[in-house]
Design a protein around this ligand. Structure first.
Ligand code: CDT
Length: 360
């Protein structure tokens, strides 16, 4: 079968979800966006970070019973409980009926074999073809503080209080059923193994959550695995009273940084990316919109125009990734790892030594 690497994909931006909004109402909105996606023959829909609830890390919630309301339970015995839980089952059933793959973020309450409970900011990839969760990502770069600041006129960002840093790293994965004629492992005969299979198999995907997109290292980890499409969900604050500038100035700058990070990440790793917002005023806190789909050239090929529930779609040809993967960003040819050790050896900055005073 001739190979075509063209897929229609979408970001399903969600407008604000308030603390009091029930899950059922959110799921109804998500299902509506899936139905809309079907009309445009979309095969993959990306929802935002913490898609099922308000961005609760802006609130000081410390009572464990109250905290539990914002998380989906999963366990070593039932690691894919999201598929069958009453809160979320309907979303996956509709995705399966419509043959649309979905990716979404949510708060994960993980009970390990040892009975230990850990909370993560998580994103999963669901394949309609397999009716299964193919991949899970737990957010690595958690922003904010572990303790509330409790200051007047201060917007809290308490992800470090609510979540543990992700423990799964940046593991890329292949998705079956999205492109026709993909090369499979058993198609590659021993005699042909000298011929490159790069760019011929099922699409290679990676996932990021919000603040992760600001870190080039995260994108590069996926780039190093040949990622052709990065999926990213975000809740990015548009205004914080403790920061300089008016609400409009802060929002514009936040959108500028968001676009800059996603466009650079896609360009420098020669991949497409789908970046999906939760947007609008949640419990009084402004979240930026500007969901975008970015090409490997770094150009934005679709962008949301509202701060509400909105589907943006684009037809993308993954073959376009080859131009820069084989050219300016041919890593095998051009990376100079002998000069990069500082990046993986330490986290913080070591400034170069101070200069000696110069006699005048
Ligand atoms: N949700 C999330 O990760 N928010 C962060 C705030 C960081 S402050 C610049 C973000 O990157 O948007």
């Amino acid at each position: 079968m001739a190979s075509s690497r063209t897929i229609t994909v979408a970001a399903a931006q969600l407008g604000a979800i308030q603390l009091a909004t029930p899950r059922s109402e959110v799921i109804d909105r998500m299902v509506k966006l899936l139905d809309q996606a079907k009309e445009s023959e979309v095969r993959l829909v990306v929802f935002p970070e913490l898609a099922l609830t308000t961005f609760f890390p802006r609130h000081i919630i410390q009572d464990p019973t109250e905290v539990a309301k914002y998380f989906e339970p999963e366990s070593a015995e039932n690691p894919k409980a999201l598929l069958t839980n009453d809160n979320t089952r309907m979303l996956f059933e509709r995705a399966k009926d419509l043959s649309i793959d979905i990716s979404l973020g949510y708060g994960e309450r993980w009970s390990g074999n040892d009975g230990k409970i850990t909370h993560y900011n998580t994103m999963i990839y669901y394949s309609a073809k397999r009716n299964d969760i193919l991949a899970k990502y737990r957010k690595v770069h958690l922003p904010g503080t572990k303790e509330p600041m409790r200051k007047p006129d201060f917007a809290e960002q308490l992800e470090k209080m609510f979540f543990e840093p992700g423990d799964l790293g940046f593991q890329a994965f292949r998705v079956p059923g999205l492109v026709d004629g993909a090369l499979k492992a058993n198609d590659v005969e021993v005699a042909q193994q000298t011929t490159s299979t790069e760019g011929k198999g099922d699409p290679i995907l990676g996932m990021l959550l919000c603040n992760d997109r600001r870190w080039p290292e995260a994108w590069r980890c996926y780039g190093m695995q040949g990622a052709e499409l990065v999926l990213e969900g975000y809740n990015t604050r548009g205004y914080a009273p403790q920061h300089p500038g008016t609400e409009k100035e802060q929002e514009e700058l936040a959108i500028f940084h968001h676009r800059l990070a996603c466009q650079a990440g896609s360009y420098q790793n020669a991949c497409f990316s789908i970046n999906c917002a939760k947007a609008g005023y949640e419990d009084g806190g402004l979240l930026i919109a500007s969901s975008i789909i970015v090409a490997p050239s770094g150009k934005i090929i679709a962008e949301s125009t509202t701060s509400g529930d909105e589907l943006i779609a684009a037809q993308i040809d993954l073959a376009e990734c080859r131009f820069n993967k084989e050219g300016v960003f041919n890593f095998g040819k051009h990376r100079a790892i002998e000069h990069y050790s500082r990046i993986a050896e330490r986290t913080g900055v070591h400034e170069v030594p101070l200069l000696a005073d110069e006699a005048v």
